[in-house]
Design a binder for this molecule. Structure first.
Ligand code: ATP
Length: 297
C-alpha cells in the first residue's frame, strides 16, 4: 500500500496560497490540517535557470489504492505539456504533486534537477503559478483579488494583468470598477469571469512555471474564446503543464501525456498520437463525434 505524504507549510504560506490551493471542498479542511502540522523547511538557494520538471518512477495514493503508478515523465523547461486521460486517471493529481500539495509515496518529483522535497516550500511556491478549476475569490475588491498574485503590485500592474487576461473590460463595467467588492466566493461573477480573474492573478505573479487545470464546465463560445486568449497570454514563454479536458485546445502542445488508470500509456505530439491509434486517438474521435467536447468528467 502506497500512501503519499501530505505536505505542511508555514502558516503564512498556507494562508497566502489558500486561494490557489482551493481545488475542491476538501481543500479548506486540508489547510486546517496543514496548519496543525510541523513546518518543514528546505533549501532557499536559487534554482538553476532551467526549471524543467521530471517525474521519476512516481507512485502515489491518497490513502487507498495508488492513483499514480510508477510514472516517469519529463515536462521540459519552456514547453507546453498537456495531460489527458479519462476521468479519475490521475491528471489533477500530477498537478498536486508538482505544487507539493502532496509528496509521492515512492519515487521523486524534480524541478531544475532538484527533488521538490529539498526546496523550501515557500520558495517553490514563488516558482509556480496555478490556475485551477474551482476559483476562489476573497470577499474583497476585485483589484485586491488580482493583486493577491503578487504582494505590493501597483494599480497599473494590476490593470495590465487584467487586460492581458481579458478581464479589464468587464471590470470597468462593474459599478466601482476595480474597487467593486466581490460577494462571498465571488458569486456576483460568472464562472468564466472568475477564471479570467485567476488567470490575471497568475499573470501578475509572473512565475516561470504555470499549472493549469482546464475548467470542465461548459462556457458560452465568447467566454471560451476569451479564456483561450487569456491563457495564451499567461503561458507565453513559460513552462506550462495543462490538464486538458477538451482535446482541441491542446492539439498544438509540445508534448501530450496520456494517463489511464494512473499509468502513463502514451505520449507525443497530437499527430503522432492520432497515428498511434490508441487511447488518445479514441478520445479524439469521441470528442469529434460528440457536441460537448468533454471526455474526462
Ligand atoms: P477528472 O478528469 O475527473 O478531474 P483526474 O484524472 O484529474 O480526474 P484525479 O483528480 O487526479 O483524476 O483523481 C485520481 C483518483 O484519485 C480518482 O480516483 C479520485 O477519486 C482520487 N482522489 C482524488 N483526490 C482525492 C482525495 N483528496 N482523497 C482521496 N482520493 C482522491
Amino acid at each position: 500500500l502506497i500512501i503519499g505524504t501530505r505536505i505542511y507549510d508555514p502558516l503564512t504560506t498556507a494562508l497566502t496560497n489558500y486561494a490557489e490551493f482551493r481545488y475542491n471542498e476538501q481543500a479548506g479542511e486540508r489547510i486546517v490540517q496543514l496548519l496543525e502540522e510541523p513546518v518543514m523547511s528546505g533549501s532557499t538557494d536559487p534554482l538553476p535557470a532551467r526549471r524543467g520538471i521530471r517525474f521519476e518512477e512516481v507512485t502515489f495514493g491518497y490513502g487507498g489504492q495508488p492513483v499514480l503508478k510508477n510514472v516517469s515523465m519529463d515536462l521540459p523547461q519552456g514547453s507546453l505539456t498537456a495531460i489527458v486521460g479519462p476521468s479519475g486517471s490521475g491528471k489533477s493529481t500530477v498537478l498536486r504533486l508538482i505544487s507539493r500539495f502532496y509528496d509521492p509515496g515512492e519515487g521523486r518529483v524534480l524541478m531544475a534537477g532538484r527533488d521538490l522535497r529539498s526546496i523550501d516550500p515557500e520558495h517553490l511556491l514563488k516558482e509556480v503559478a496555478v490556475v485551477f478549476q474551482d476559483v476562489y475569490l476573497f470577499q474583497d475588491t476585485i483589484g485586491r483579488n488580482i493583486a493577491f498574485g503578487r504582494e505590493g503590485a501597483t494599480g497599473e500592474e494590476i490593470r495590465q494583468a487584467a487586460e492581458l487576461a481579458r478581464c479589464h473590460d468587464f471590470i470597468m463595467q462593474l459599478p466601482l470598477g476595480y474597487e467593486t467588492p466581490v460577494g462571498e466566493g465571488g458569486s456576483t461573477l460568472s464562472g468564466g469571469e472568475k477564471q479570467r480573474i485567476s488567470i490575471a492573478r497568475a499573470i501578475l505573479k509572473n512565475a516561470p512555471v504555470v499549472l493549469l487545470d482546464e475548467a470542465t464546465a461548459s462556457l458560452d463560445p465568447q467566454n471560451e474564446a476569451d479564456i483561450q486568449k487569456a491563457i495564451q497570454a499567461l503561458i507565453a514563454g513559460r513552462t506550462v503543464i495543462v490538464v486538458a479536458h477538451r482535446l482541441k485546445t491542446i492539439a498544438g502542445a509540445d508534448n501530450i501525456l496520456v494517463l489511464e488508470d494512473g499509468c502513463l500509456v502514451e505520449q507525443g505530439r497530437h499527430d503522432r498520437l492520432l497515428a498511434l491509434g490508441g487511447l488518445y486517438a479514441r478520445m479524439w474521435k469521441l470528442q469529434q463525434e460528440s457536441t460537448g467536447f468533454r471526455i474526462s468528467s
